[in-house]
Design a protein around this ligand. Structure first.
Ligand SMILES: Cc1cc2nc3c(=O)[nH]c(=O)nc-3n(C[C@H](O)[C@H](O)[C@H](O)COP(=O)(O)OP(=O)(O)OC[C@H]3O[C@@H](n4cnc5c(N)ncnc54)[C@H](O)[C@@H]3O)c2cc1C
Length: 288
């Protein structure tokens, strides 16, 4: 289908973009890479009369580390994440996850901010953000607020972000050296969304788990933090039995939508499997 007519704007600064958002209110939509928004517009699920392209705002791009925090501009593309030496060295979970997103075309244009702001439980960054303990900088004409990823996703295509806000930056506490990580994603074919996926960050203290974070993709209306699974592992040895038990606990919070990728039982089982697979790989990468 063809989208409805719209006016296109390409502001060069955040204040200009915020001014347009304020002027047009709910009639306006922000455009990042366009890989989720444009299909929605073609199907007329979204019908903005004014499209505000963030692509010319250089301030929204880039990856840097400051005082123990990795700061990523919301308009940074998937490929820029993959190619980042900083992320390869200090936050390889994001590199691994971004490599598993769709195909080269989508990764050249699709942005981390758009992937998060879209609120699609099938997108991969939201679960990685939960596992990394990230927070998001949201700016409006009234000022700036920083909200944790945990609690940001409130429903399918629904987040805490207000229509007058722009996500400007993603902040991630730099993982401690030696932290194990893995994004395990099951998909039917290259380029597909996850049937189920699990993001794991793991710190060991000798043979026992010091800290662990587990989050799941596409097995609920939002990305899910597997808190009971995490609690079951802290302070314990990471054995086949404890990982299997954590997988079961992860499965217990799943409530997947049924679609062509499988029924609820299958997707739930795969979430447990991906959790165990990610834990095993994270343990190896943590040196155990
Ligand atoms: C064939 C295909 C396969 C895909 N497979 C995957 C996959 O496996 N995993 C995955 O994670 N994604 C996948 N995607 C989605 C892709 O990653 C999108 O790029 C992403 O969901 C949205 O990012 P975008 O930059 O394209 O945002 P857009 O499509 O431009 O915007 C998406 C939404 O976010 C809002 N928005 C964008 N940026 C901001 C901002 N800075 N502040 C506030 N609101 C903002 C927009 O207004 C819009 O509502 C796939 C897409 C396609 C077409």
């Amino acid at each position: 289908m063809i989208p409805r007519d719209f006016e296109y704007y390409a502001p060069k600064s955040i204040p200009d973009a915020l001014g347009l958002l304020k002027q047009f209110g709910d009639e306006a939509k922000l455009l990042a890479g366009g890989h989720s928004l444009l299909p929605m517009m073609k199907m007329r699920f979204a019908q903005p009369g004014h499209l505000i392209d963030l692509g010319k705002i250089s301030e929204l791009k880039g990856i840097r580390e400051e005082g123990g925090t990795i700061r990523i501009g919301a308009m940074t593309t998937e490929n820029e994440l993959i190619w980042s030496k900083l992320l390869q060295a200090k936050c390889p979970l994001l590199v691994e996850g971004a490599r598993l997103i769709s195909d080269p075309q989508v990764r050249y244009k699709g942005t981390i901010g758009g992937d998060i702001a879209h609120g699609d439980p099938g997108n991969d960054h939201p679960a990685m953000m939960l596992a990394l303990g990230a927070s998001f900088v949201l700016r409006s004409a009234a000022g700036e607020r920083v909200v944790p990823a945990d609690g940001f996703f409130v429903g399918t295509y629904d987040t805490l972000m207000k229509s007058e806000e722009i996500m400007t930056e993603i902040r991630i506490p730099t993982p401690a050296p030696g932290t194990g990580y893995c994004y395990a994603k099951l998909k039917r074919k290259v380029g597909d969304f996850a049937t189920a996926a699990a993001a794991v960050m793991l710190r060991m203290n000798g043979e026992t788990v010091r800290e662990v974070a587990i989050a799941l993709t596409n097995v609920g209306p939002t990305p899910l933090k597997a808190r009971a699974a995490e609690d079951s592992l802290r302070g314990k040895a990471l054995t086949d039995a404890s990982m299997a038990a954590a997988g079961e606990l992860a499965m217990s919070i799943c409530d997947p939508a049924v679609d062509q990728r499988g029924d609820a039982e299958y997707k739930t089982a795969m979430a447990g499997e991906m959790t165990q697979r990610a834990l095993r790989m994270a343990r190896t990468r943590a040196g155990h």
